[in-house]
Design a protein around this ligand. Structure first.
Ligand SMILES: CC(C)(COP(=O)(O)OP(=O)(O)OC[C@H]1O[C@@H](n2cnc3c(N)ncnc32)[C@H](O)[C@@H]1OP(=O)(O)O)[C@@H](O)C(=O)NCCC(=O)NCCS
Length: 224
């Protein structure tokens, strides 16, 4: 199989939203927020969030294409420091503010979503993240049937080289499934936060962890 990392554009938003939903299908943290909301509502919500990413000139959006099928199979996003010049030369329309995106109706776990906004959205800031100065990784998702083939590594090494060139640290909020990938590629865990996910805990104690991770510029990969 051969793959290529390519810039993603707003036209990819629907494909990328589908990949997100499939990749996060069994993720305890995300599933708890979705609650009992309909799949179609979840997809529509994620799609709006993707559109907001594409309207943000400080977001670098990448996709991975399977060159044999032409299918997009993975995505990754990187928020660049606001004080640095824009990296991508895309055309931008009106900026969509994510906080204005209407959440899915019946079934959505508003309480968990509020807790996410209140506690976890400020986690990185509590540990020194400054949007003016630092990079932030987000939305790293690989279609389940394409996982463990090195695509998460491909995306992460690409973004690491951008941060190295700029000489700036990168933060990421990760889940248990992705922490090893980031650790292998120069990130260290800054804080692990247990989050209540009563019905979805993968370890059976009613909680799951969200990790704040940070990579200093030039940090080496762990030895093989
Ligand atoms: C996490 C994710 C992005 C990893 O992508 P990937 O393409 O499978 O990762 P790679 O093949 O490059 O794996 C690199 C290394 O990460 C680690 N890793 C990846 N998936 C892992 C898993 N499920 N369990 C444990 N370690 C894992 C391994 O050390 C792996 O190296 P190895 O295959 O040589 O052992 C992918 O599994 C995914 O999309 N998961 C669901 C969505 C998600 O959790 N996204 C992250 C949000 S922070």
């Amino acid at each position: 199989m051969s793959f290529e990392l390519q810039p993603a554009t707003a036209e990819d938003a629907a494909d990328l939203a589908d990949i997100f939903v499939l990749a996060m299908h069994k993720d305890a943290y995300w599933t708890n927020i979705i609650g009992k909301a309909a799949k179609s509502d979840e997809t529509a919500y994620v799609l709006e969030s993707m559109r907001a990413d594409f309207s943000n000139q400080n977001a670098i959006c990448r996709k991975v294409v399977d060159l044999e099928t032409g299918k997009t199979v993975a995505l990754g996003m990187l928020l660049t420091p606001l004080e640095l010049p824009t990296f991508d030369k895309r055309e931008f329309g009106v900026r969509i503010d994510k906080s204005t995106i209407v959440r899915p109706g019946p079934g959505w776990n508003n309480e968990a979503d509020e807790a996410r906004r209140k506690n976890l959205d400020t986690l990185a800031v509590r540990h020194g993240y400054d949007a003016e100065k630092h990079f932030m990784r987000y939305k790293t998702h690989v279609l389940p049937s394409y996982q463990r083939k090195g695509l998460g590594t491909l995306i992460t090494e690409h973004f690491n080289s951008i941060a190295d060139e700029a000489g700036r640290p990168t933060y990421a909020r990760t889940r248990p499934k992705s922490t090893a990938l980031f650790q292998k590629l120069g990130y260290r865990v800054v804080e692990a936060v247990p989050v209540d996910v009563p019905e979805y805990s993968e370890r059976g104690d009613g909680t799951t962890d969200v990790f704040l991770m940070k990579r200093e510029p030039g940090a080496p990969n762990l030895p093989e």
